[in-house]
Design a protein around this ligand. Structure first.
Ligand code: AMP
Ligand code: GLY
Length: 423
């Protein structure tokens, strides 16, 4: 069959790698893709938000399955656009992707269906938000309602900071129209875990757990980024936590979406905080996490195409989802200055070191092929993943492999997976 993948990051590279392993697949296209994805797929110059062009391309090439990697097109209704033309596509429709597209929606959903999450209020004007802050306990968390590249969350330690934060989101519109509405929520402490799950609208089957490192610098300092590294599984996601989440979070979320007339088909990403009072939902995303996909997919035993088709056809209950009994760590190699300002266009050396090395992967996040070779083309450039017998072994191997790559202004965190030592 012919598959089209929509997106251009490390996540889409990991998806392309998994799709390429499927014996069912004989041709992969990726729009727009990147220099790493080009190893498995023919990259086509169509942007993820150009729905008409994507649909026309899928029809022209007689694509059997399109996989949407990114949040923006999902929230914008790309799945509806494909379905309207009778094309097969993996991902939630617009009315279900809103679970990521509007934090106010997801908070109200959790409240209505008693799904554990932080206390909160939604606001559509600055005056009410500022008045609420006057009697609120600090620290407090401010969230722009809409999509903001994972950066629309402000954790404020003082009332003064919180007042500034409300202005940043609602007055200065730092996150654009994402800040037309906002959520103000209780600050929670605990371990964070990301759990990705395949969903067919009724059944939800979780993949192995992972943990992201969102801050730019070691010691979880600096600005929030799209993610600087991940490990899988999380030692803090115990059997007991998992059982609680299955009973009180995952299935209830599936059922809630179905009851609202918004059945969720695709990958649901639940960001959890494991607090002293038990696991609570930080956020939902309507797609694979990035870089979470880069540690989870290399450990998956199933044929990804079989699982995705089962989701689309509503027979996920028949799939036995299985993961290897090992661990994986991904360290993101970024361009120094990310996430604020950074240069592009530096030659990347050493990519050939990953060829034919079992258990080592170099997923491209921002790269471009030029006449001189592959060059950096984004803030996050590569995700270096290694599998190991356990988390410590995987971490050692991943950091060794980061040394195989050189480019000017290469930057990475040196403490990805440090939490493993505290488990
Ligand atoms: P989100 O995009 O909602 O996952 O938020 C981004 C990051 O902000 C999360 O991964 C957490 O580290 C942090 N965060 C979000 N909500 C809270 C909260 N209520 N309490 C503490 N930290 C939070
Ligand atoms: N790694 C977090 C995300 O994909 O949103």
């Amino acid at each position: 069959m012919k598959v089209l993948i929509v997106g251009s990051g490390g996540r889409e590279h990991a998806i392309a790698w998994a799709v390429a392993k499927s014996p069912k697949v004989d041709k992969i296209y990726c729009a727009p893709g990147n220099a790493g994805i080009a190893e498995y797929a023919e990259c086509v110059d169509i942007k993820a938000m150009e729905f008409d062009k994507l649909v026309a391309f899928a029809k022209e090439k007689e694509i059997d399955l399109t996989i949407i990697g990114m949040d923006d097109p999902l929230v914008g209704g790309v799945v509806d656009a494909f379905e309207a033309e009778g094309l097969r596509v993996f991902g939630p429709r617009k009315n279900a992707a809103i679970i990521e597209g509007s934090k106010a929606f997801s908070k109200d959903l959790m409240k209505k269906y008693n799904i554990p999450t932080a206390f909160y209020e939604n606001f559509d004007n600055k005056e009410d938000a500022l008045a609420y802050l006057e009697k609120a306990k600090m620290p407090i968390v401010l969230k722009a309602d809409g999509l903001a590249l994972g950066k629309g969350v402000l954790i404020c330690n003082t009332l003064e900071e919180a007042r500034e934060g409300v202005k940043t989101i609602m007055e200065e519109k730092k996150f654009g129209s994402a800040g037309d509405r906002m959520v103000i929520e209780e600050f929670m402490t605990g371990r964070e875990v990301s759990v990705l799950a395949f969903c067919d609208g009724k059944t939800i089957k979780c993949m192995t757990s992972a943990q992201d490192h969102k801050r730019a610098q070691d010691g979880d300092k600096g600005l929030n980024t799209g993610g600087m590294g991940t490990f899988s599984p999380s030692p803090f996601y115990t059997k007991e936590v998992e059982e609680f989440c299955e009973k009180y979070i995952y299935q209830p979320t599936m059922d809630a979406m179905a009851a609202e007339g918004r059945p969720f088909v695709g990958v649901l990403f639940t960001g959890l905080m494991i607090t002293e009072d038990g696991p609570k939902v930080l956020e939902y995303n309507a797609r694979f996490g990035d870089p979470e996909a880069q540690v989870v997919l290399p450990r998956m035993k199933n044929d990804i195409i079989e699982v995705m088709e089962a989701c689309i056809d509503g027979r996920l209950d028949q799939i036995d989802l299985q993961f290897e009994d090992n661990a994986a760590v991904c360290v993101v190699l970024a361009s120094d200055g990310y996430p604020v300002s950074y240069q592009k266009g530096f030659l990347i050396k050493g990519l050939e070191n990953f060829k034919d090395k079992d258990g080592y992967y170099c997923f491209h996040a921002g790269s471009r092929q030029t006449e001189d070779g592959i060059v950096t083309n984004g803030g996050r450039v590569l995700g270096v993943t290694a599998k190991g017998a356990d988390l410590k072994d995987a971490r050692k191997k991943a950091y060794e492999a980061t040394e195989w790559i050189q480019f000017d202004n290469k930057y990475m965190r040196h403490d990805i997976g440090k939490a493993i030592d505290e488990a």
